[in-house]
Design a protein around this ligand. Structure first.
Ligand SMILES: O=C(O)C1=C[C@@H](OP(=O)(O)O)[C@@H](O)[C@H](O)C1
Ligand SMILES: C=C(OP(=O)(O)O)C(=O)O
Length: 417
């Protein structure tokens, strides 16, 4: 990303807008892999504009174009890294899959081990257990049963499930221990069903026999993680009525839980014929414990919003945040401290103490190459006069129109020279 900063200032705290969100990055990335595996039998509509999706799309097309060896760069896209490793390994494509400096610190060893057990030939181009990975030709399935720990990243599990229908013997995937980010696995299984691939849960095992894809079109829903920032805006505004077309209550995306979470802060959700309307209503906050194990991408939105409102709360299910685009726990602690809020660990429970929070005239937020840091802290512009967001283009990873949409609610953005 190119490092410019953006200064945000809101003239007023009344928000009335209709925001058209791009498609879900998670659904899009799955759909693209299914499209590639089905040799085009599966088509995709309303693909996300997220940079991660654009990158994955380009790489999948280059990999199937059969050049002798390909070096491909996923940038900061974790799902692309994991999904492509499984795709290239099982298809027997010679490829080196690399990414940003941070991507080289995000573990992939469990997925590589599982793929090797299945019969894939994969080596590490640099450090063992981390990208870049080198996939080699000659996949020969050795077994249909493989186990993987469930509490590090559900993306490993999704990567394996997506390729399962093309494995000669199919797949019996045993999930060891707790399954984190479970709704993402459910999303994968639902999307597989939509393209004609059946599965069965057998205790802790997911069984997917080898099966053909049906010819069909997948339509990607708008991105609920992106919607979460609009909930935070609504919560911090004086009055708000935001309409988010095409979002559905019964979504494949676990981040639709934001509706229930934000009800605690007085944001109401009404599903109408063509989407969702959110409004701010008076509500007394009752301090509580939020478990975000199923929806880790909502953590920054909810924690920053809670801090800005001056509420105290506790959070669990944050273990995976340390291996995302940045160590999100550390990043939150650093940035919340800039307005007097403490975020401390007590074992695996985190306490947010906003009792000494204050609003300075100006605040400058570092974003740590993490799109969600930029978007989660941007709503502060509704309570702090000048909010400077470093490296603002970082949002392109999942939500390129974010700053344009902010302008729609009257938040003025000025680029810093
Ligand atoms: O499968 C997916 O699309 C995702 C799974 C989650 O990762 P983990 O399973 O690593 O928590 C989530 O944080 C990520 O943004 C997208
Ligand atoms: C964690 C995220 O993405 P990924 O793991 O795909 O890089 C995210 O979008 O918040």
């Amino acid at each position: 990303m190119s490092g410019g900063n953006l200064v945000l200032s809101a003239g007023k705290r009344d928000i009335h807008a209709e925001i058209r969100l791009t498609g879900s990055k998670s659904e899009s990335n799955r759909a693209l892999v299914l499209e590639a595996l089905s040799d085009g039998g599966v088509k995709v509509e309303n693909l996300s504009e997220a940079a991660d999706t654009v990158t994955l799309n380009k790489i999948l097309r280059s990999l199937v174009a059969e050049t002798p060896i390909t070096i491909v760069d996923v940038g900061p896209a974790g799902t692309a890294m994991r999904f492509l490793t499984a795709f290239a390994a099982v298809k027997g494509i010679e490829a080196i899959i690399t990414g940003t400096a941070r991507m080289k610190q995000r573990p992939i060893g469990l997925l590589v081990d599982a793929l090797r057990t299945l019969g894939a030939s994969i080596t590490y181009a640099e450090a063992d257990g981390f990208p870049p990975v080198n996939t080699h030709p000659g996949f020969r399935q050795q077994t249909r049963v493989v186990s993987i720990k469930g509490d590090i990243s559900s993306q490993y599990i999704t990567a394996l499930l997506l390729v399962a229908p093309v494995l000669p013997q199919g797949l019996e995937l045993e999930i060891e221990g707790e399954l984190t980010s479970r709704p993402y696995v459910e999303m994968t299984l639902s999307m597989l069903s939509q393209v004609g691939i059946s599965h069965e849960w057998n205790g802790d095992r997911i069984v997917i026999p080898r099966q053909p894809f049906i010819i069909t079109t997948l339509t990607v829903e708008p991105d609920w993680s992106a919607a979460s920032y609009w909930y935070a805006m609504a919560a911090l505004a004086e009055t708000s009525a935001i309409s988010l077309p095409n979002l559905r209550k019964y979504s494949l995306q676990g981040d639709s839980r934001i509706a229930e979470i934000m009800a605690n802060f007085g944001v109401t959700s009404t599903f109408v014929g063509n989407g969702l309307e959110i409004k701010k209503e008076p509500k007394t906050f009752v301090p509580k414990l939020f478990d975000l194990k199923d929806c880790p991408d909502l953590a920054q939105t909810v924690i920053v919003c809670c801090a800005a409102l001056g509420h105290n709360a506790s959070f669990t299910g944050l273990e995976t945040l340390k291996i995302k685009e940045t160590d999100r726990i550390q990043a939150l602690q650093n940035e919340l401290a800039k307005f007097g809020v403490k975020f401390t660990a007590d074992g695996t429970t985190y306490h947010l103490d906003s009792s000494e929070r204050f609003f300075p005239e100006k605040i400058r937020i570092s974003t740590y190459e993490d799109h969600r840091m930029a978007m989660a802290f941007a709503p502060l512009a509704l309570v702090i006069k000048e909010v400077e967001i470093e490296d603002y283009l970082v949002v392109e990873k999942s939500y390129p129109d974010f700053w344009t949409h902010l302008a729609q609610i009257g938040i003025i953005s000025t680029e810093q020279a």
